[in-house]
Each structure stands twice: as C-alpha cells, then as structure tokens.
Design a protein around this ligand. Structure first.
Ligand code: PMP
Length: 289
C-alpha cells in the first residue's frame, strides 16, 4: 500500500509531499509540531496533544490552520489511508509562505503538514537492559514549553548520544540540574531511608521543559497509585546516586534508564517502580480514542 502525507489541504503520495522554499518553517524555524502516538489502533491522549498544539500556536501567535474538529478528521483519515495500528502521527504548523523577513508577514496562511510512521514495539532487550544515556549541556532557548520545530540543540545532543553508543542525552542546565532529555522527560526514583524505592522525582512544569503528554499521564497515574511524587528539579549528582531512573515520551512511553555517562544507576537493572509505571501506562494507553 502506498504511503500518503497531508500537505495544505491535499492527501499526496509521501514522496510528493513538498512545501515552498519560502515557507517560514524552512527559512526561520517559525513553526511548531506535535507527535501523537497510535497504540493498538488508538490515538493516545489526542485531546491533550491538540491542547498543546493550540498552546504552542497561541504563544507564537500563529493562526490555527483549521478548526479542531477538521484537524481530528484529517488525522484519522491519514491514519486510515496509511493503515497505521502502531506508530505515530506527526503534525507541523508554520506561519506560512512569505518573502523572507524576520518580522511576521502582514498576510499569510499557516501551513499544515501531517505524516505518519509505523513503529515496532520497544525492543525487549532494551526493556530488559534499560537504556544507556549520556548528559549534555542544555543549549536551548528559554521557552522550551513551546514545541518549536527549532530543534538544533536537541539534534546535536541526540547525535552526541548516538556517537557514544547511548540511547538518549539528558540535558543539564548551568546550575547542574537535569532539565529533560533531548526528546524525553527525565525522572528518578530515590530510595527511602529504609532502602526501599520511595520518592518519584521529575522537574516541575515551566518554561524550562516541554510539558510532555506522557509525563502528565504518568504524573496522574502515580498520584492514583498513591506513589510519593515530588515535582522538583534534581541535579546530575542526585540522578547518579538514584535507585532508579527512567524517561517518558510518546514514542517509547516509560523507558528504564540504567546508566548515565557510563555509571550504573542503582543495581544497573531496570527498577521495580519504573517497570510498574511502564505496565500501568501501557494499559492506560490502550484506552485511547
Ligand atoms: N521533552 C522534549 C524536548 C521532547 O521533544 C519530547 C517529545 N516530544 C518530550 C519531552 C516528551 O513529550 P511527550 O511525552 O509529549 O512525547
């Protein structure tokens, strides 16, 4: 079956999906994006993703490309045409096509592009062993809550991880605190005084991290489970001495992290609280729309 994309009102064969060279996304990274997971044929947390899309657009004063209902219809149509049961749908909205100039053009129509991707489940070896990650200095701008397509620092961090045989790079701010991963939110579990896993820690929402939709799901589920959740910044030193670590994202849900910069976390194996949260989250994801 051929693969389709959606570009400004048209469903096209993927290979023919193109935007103009003066699209402000291409010229200036003047745009935003969303990635919604498709799990067992259902869209996970679609409404939260559409809320975040609207938030990113609003913060940048980019006009919504279409009504929310129409957006939902196009998403479902593209997923159906491409026969995606497990994977993701990518949406990108830019300020549109205009002669290149920094300030907003007087008249322009937002561009909307959508693509889908089929993905395989997280490899069992990765879940068994957990991910090795490295750290990198956080070089990004100060509005990381906006899901901007300007991703150069994220690209460089992920490339550094890849070159070092690691799965992800967690980013460290100038005060020595972890902000988040290059495309994930970062979590640690700290042992209580009796040696049992106790505090579940992740950085609070604000301008310095992206408000991950998976992060939010895990926060809600952790609260429901009565876990001791603390939303506060944590340092690299604290992460290195944590009992467990994991990361969250739409692409891999809850993924155990078992080494940071070559140092084992806890006993070097995926932790029990991490795996419990993974299981609970996967069950939750199955109830998508
Ligand atoms: N932080 C960053 C910088 C990201 O790019 C992503 C992935 N979009 C996340 C966190 C995780 O967000 P979500 O759970 O919504 O995929």
């Amino acid at each position: 079956m051929s693969r389709f994309c959606y570009v400004n009102g048209r469903y096209l064969p993927h290979a023919n999906g193109m935007v103009h060279i003066e699209d402000r996304g291409y010229q200036l990274a003047d745009g935003i994006y969303e990635v919604v997971p498709i799990y067992h044929g259902k869209l996970v947390d679609m409404e939260q993703h559409l809320d975040r899309l609207a938030y990113s657009l609003g913060e940048l004063r980019i006009a919504p490309p279409m009504e929310r209902n129409a957006l939902r219809l196009v998403m479902r149509e593209l997923i159906a045409r491409n026969g995606v049961t497990n994977g993701l749908i990518y949406l990108q909205v830019t300020r549109g096509v205009a002669p290149r100039e920094h300030k907003f053009p007087k008249k322009t129509k937002s561009s909307l592009v959508m693509t889908t991707k089929k993905t395989k489940p997280v490899a069992p070896e990765l879940l068994e062993k957990g991910a090795a990650i490295i750290t990198q200095r956080d070089l990004r701008w100060l509005r990381r809550d906006i899901k901007s397509i300007g991703l150069l620092p994220n690209v460089l961090a992920k490339q550094a991880a890849s070159e070092q045989g690691a799965f992800e790079a967690w980013l460290v701010d100038d005060a020595g605190y972890i902000t988040e991963g290059s495309s994930t939110n970062a979590w640690i579990v700290k042992a209580g005084p009796d040696g049992k896993a106790r505090e579940l820690i992740t950085r609070p929402l604000g301008h310095d991290i992206l408000g991950g939709i998976t992060r939010r799901g895990v926060v809600d589920l952790a609260k429901e489970q009565g876990l001791n959740l603390v939303q506060r910044p944590f340092s690299l030193e604290e992460a290195l001495s944590a009992a467990e670590a994991f990361q969250t994202s739409s692409s891999a849900f809850v993924l155990p992290v078992t080494s940071i910069d070559g140092k084992a976390i806890g006993d070097g194996k995926p932790g029990p609280m991490t795996m419990r949260l993974r299981e609970i989250y996967c069950r939750y994801a199955e109830q998508g729309e």
